[in-house]
Design a protein around this ligand. Structure first.
Ligand code: CA
Ligand code: CA
Ligand code: CA
Ligand code: CA
Length: 550
């Protein structure tokens, strides 16, 4: 192993034509403490007993061991005492190397021999984060597919992984939306995320792709137009432009089932996620991460491509609901939809769910009493508009601001029953928001099957401070699971509070850190299958029903 960097350096020296006096060798220093206890990890706030997993993975498995070194030196560690792994290939291996690349010292990869659970990192550098680790179904955590020492370096970006499965514990999904290390390309960016842009390449990039924290890709807000000029990334002559925008869990489910998305890409054709204009203009409706890919066909026919994440962030608490049979519940053909409703109970409000006989209680924020504008609320329900003590937020991120740009808290952005807003809302996820919750405030989420004649599978996403923190429920479409697991027992209803309508008490969310973080406790049946979601198909609308916090 000791000879490999020297060999590479010799190859590099032979390939370089100028200024090659005593270039520093690519170093591979001993990794620091970051290998085993990264301090910059934002863990999921749902408590997971880490004592079971920090010392040893729960199910010893050969796949958890470090992969063998890419070089066949037979040793377990390399010259610097670093554990051998697939990232030990020195950039530029076998390719022409320029002085610029040689003068940059790649960061230690930080790869270790074993996976550490629930830190969102791929500690053993096998291309998977937290594989084989137990987690609480529905939990979402930030995750990285870069080596631990190179998280969010260069083009590498975090994604989200969802704890999938049913029962007491589940397993982490693949790290969706993350930008992984890739082979270094001539694009002004550090594609392999070793801290050095275009290292190992003798090249002059035709454009520059965004890197972590790039000022050209600022965070955006829901309902605010977001614009990216292609020439910012590719200043040269172009023959064609193509943009592709992929949204979060609900947008992916709605696209899979209805070929539509909640955000609007200006100039989009058959695929609502793509445009072929030089400037991308899109209007997001949901918080979270959007993966954007720009593909430029240059005048000489060559292709230039960048993929990066655009963060759309709304403050406080946002809860969104979508399902696999979104759309008009009145239709009778194979595309018939179902009308599900998102409900939210506020802090210190533990009364009956939904509207009471006298329509006067404000226990629940729902699609009858919680629209932002009074004008959108039927008069009999106006007295029950939730007043949970929150001021309105002028200029907030809301779909239909009231006079003066006011957004109320709480508020429901849209009731997507295919009737209220035929132009758009029959596929837009329902969304209840509280922009500035107080620390310690706890909210309970519910989903009601209100109307329809088909079975439907709901998915609920919870965002705190704009970041996705939990995905409960979901559906399998075309063999792909969207969400964490379909909700067992959620059946069709006939409408109203009849004994066939399903009601799912989903989770309690408690905000902290000024609404930028939260703790989430799923609700489960207090009797029966361990960890089963709390679904009831009778008219019991009491606060707890048959549920307990798990
Ligand atoms: Ca791993
Ligand atoms: Ca890990
Ligand atoms: Ca690099
Ligand atoms: Ca590059």
């Amino acid at each position: 192993m000791r000879t490999r960097p020297l060999l590479v350096a010799l190859v590099a020296l032979a390939a370089c034509s100028v200024g090659n006096s005593s270039p520093p060798l690519p170093s591979d220093p001993v990794d620091g403490a970051a290998d085993t206890s990264p301090s910059d990890v934002s863990r999921a706030d749902i408590a997971v007993d880490r004592t079971v997993d920090t010392d040893a993975p729960p199910t010893p498995d050969a796949s958890l061991d470090a992969p063998s070194d890419t070089a066949s030196d037979g040793s377990a560690t390399d010259a610097a005492g670093d554990v051998n792994n697939r990232y030990d290939v020195v950039p530029g291996d076998g390719a022409p190397v320029c002085d610029a690349g040689m003068s940059c010292t790649p960061r230690p990869d930080g790869c270790g021999p074993r996976e550490v659970c629930n830190d969102g990192l791929d500690n053993n550098c096998d291309g998977r984060a937290d594989e084989g680790c137990p987690c609480i179904p529905g939990t979402v955590q930030r995750c990285s597919l870069a080596p631990p020492g190179r998280r969010a370096v260069g083009t590498c970006a975090d994604g989200n992984q969802t704890c999938t499965g049913v029962g007491e514990f589940g397993t982490w999904s693949a790290c969706a939306g993350a930008i992984s290390p890739s082979a270094e390309r001539c694009d002004g960016a550090d594609n392999d995320c070793d801290g050095c842009a275009d290292n190992g390449l003798c090249c002059r990039p035709a454009g520059t792709c965004p890197s972590a924290g790039d000022a050209r890709v600022p965070a955006g807000r829901p309902f605010a137009t977001y614009t990216l000029r292609g020439s910012t990334f590719f200043p040269g002559a172009a023959r064609a432009w193509r943009w592709r925008v992929v949204g979060g869990p609900c947008d992916q489910l709605v696209y899979a089932t209805r070929s539509r998305v909640s955000y609007r890409v200006e100039g989009a054709g058959a695929d609502p996620r793509e445009s072929s204009t030089e400037t991308l203009t899109f209007t997001p409706t949901l918080s979270g991460d959007y993966t954007v890919t720009l593909t430029v066909t240059a005048a000489d026919g060559s292709t230039f491509e960048c993929t990066f994440v655009v963060s759309i962030r709304a403050p406080g608490l946002r809860v969104e609901l979508c399902w696999d049979r979104t759309g008009n519940p009145r239709a009778t053909d194979s595309t018939a939809g179902a009308d599900l409703d998102l409900w939210l109970q506020g802090p210190r409000v533990t009364g009956t769910w939904g509207f009471p006989p006298g329509f006067e209680d404000d226990h629940t924020c729902g699609p009858y009493n919680c629209f932002n504008r009074d004008a959108d609320i039927p008069s009999i329900f106006r007295a029950s508009r939730p007043d949970w003590g929150y001021a309105s937020t002028p200029g907030g991120a809301c779909r239909t601001p009231d006079t003066g740009g006011v957004c109320r808290n709480p508020r429901l952005d849209v009731d997507n029953n295919g009737v209220n807003d035929a132009a758009h809302s029959d596929v837009d996820p329902e969304n209840i928001n509280v922009d500035a919750p107080r620390d310690g405030d706890s909210f309970r989420i519910g989903v009601y099957y209100w109307r329809g004649a088909v079975a439907a599978q709901p998915m609920v996403n919870v965002y705190c401070g704009g970041a996705l923190r939990a995905t409960f429920g979901g559906a399998t479409v075309g063999g792909t699971l969207y969400g964490s697991a379909p909700v067992a027992g959620f059946t069709q209803g006939r409408g109203g509070f009849d004994t066939t309508s399903s009601f799912w008490r989903v989770a309690d969310v408690t905000l902290r850190a000024g609404g930028t973080a939260c703790d989430i406790a799923p609700l489960v049946l207090s009797a029966g299958t361990a960890g089963a979601p709390c679904v009831r198909t009778d008219t019991d609308r009491s606060y707890d029903g048959p549920c307990r916090r798990r």
